[in-house]
Design a protein around this ligand. Structure first.
Ligand SMILES: [Zn+2]
Length: 267
């Protein structure tokens, strides 16, 4: 079908009327803002890494440029990221509902990531800003063992008539995730069904264990004698009860985690 400039303008107006009508009915319609011009779609570490991952798969190559241009034109609305699921409304010739299912990160893979991250993630802020060591970044963004979904873990469904392959609406939504991760990088972990805090808590558990292990053998020994210094009365050897409390707290934390994991998942 050939389109004239007037046709395109008319179509735009028709869609705007449709959106206004739905908004009047109380439906939510929030456009996903994307940078215009030559600027990159994503500005931050996680957003850019997400887009790079998408572009690394040949299966998607032919459809991605159309999706990118849809996103730049502000045609993606109501992008929602939930565990294992993306959804959005995309304005094509009509308003299309696009749903994308993304398998949660396999437990084994996540455990491996947690293990590799041990002691390397300084804070949640560093993690979400991508301020991590090169080695760890490689682990997290690895196409096979990292956090991003592989094509075989992605299934999509769009209400448009294009059933042949991944349509431009799905492609626009996938790129949209990269844009959204710029402001909400934690949603990557939500999407993959994992708790990013585990990357930290693992590190802090080790710190607590190390602390109790290093003071464990001292018991009630006279620290002033050992270190040859006068500690004064306020900082006398840590009473065994306090050490026990630290160990107990660490154990409790682990136990609480186990209980939380055992809880049946609600759908
Ligand atoms: Zn579509």
């Amino acid at each position: 079908m050939w389109w004239s400039y007037q046709d395109v303008e008319e179509q735009k107006k028709r869609l705007q009327r449709e959106i206004a009508k739905r908004q009047k009915r109380g439906e939510k319609f929030e456009v996903l803002p994307a940078p215009a011009g030559q600027k990159k779609l994503s500005m931050t570490f996680w957003g850019q890494a997400w887009c790079r991952n998408l572009e690394s798969y040949q299966d998607y190559e032919s459809r991605l440029p159309r999706g990118r241009s849809y996103l730049r034109q502000g045609k993606v609305y109501n992008l929602e990221i939930e565990p294992g699921k993306l959804s959005a409304v995309v304005a094509g010739s009509e308003l299309y509902d696009t749903d994308i299912a993304i398998q949660p990160l396999p437990q084994k893979q996540w455990k491996q990531i947690v293990k590799s991250s041990a002691g390397q993630v300084g804070s949640m802020l560093d993690l979400l800003a991508g301020k991590l060591g090169d080695g760890l970044m490689k682990v997290l963004t690895d196409p096979d063992g990292g956090l991003f979904p592989k094509p075989k873990e992605i299934r999509f469904n769009c209400s448009c008539p294009d059933h042949a392959d991944m349509c431009k609406h799905v492609s626009a939504v996938l790129y949209g995730v990269g844009v959204l991760l710029d402001t909400k990088p934690e949603l990557l972990f939500t999407l993959r069904g994992v708790d990013q805090a585990e990357l930290l808590s693992n590190a802090s558990n080790i710190a607590i264990t190390d602390l109790s292990a290093s003071t464990g053998d001292l018991g009630g020994a006279d620290l002033s004698a050992i270190f040859g210094i006068d500690l004064g009365t306020e900082v006398l050897p840590e009473p065994p009860a306090a050490k026990k409390a630290v160990k107990k707290a660490a154990k409790k934390k682990i136990a609480a985690k186990k209980v939380a994991k055992k809880k049946p998942k609600k759908d």
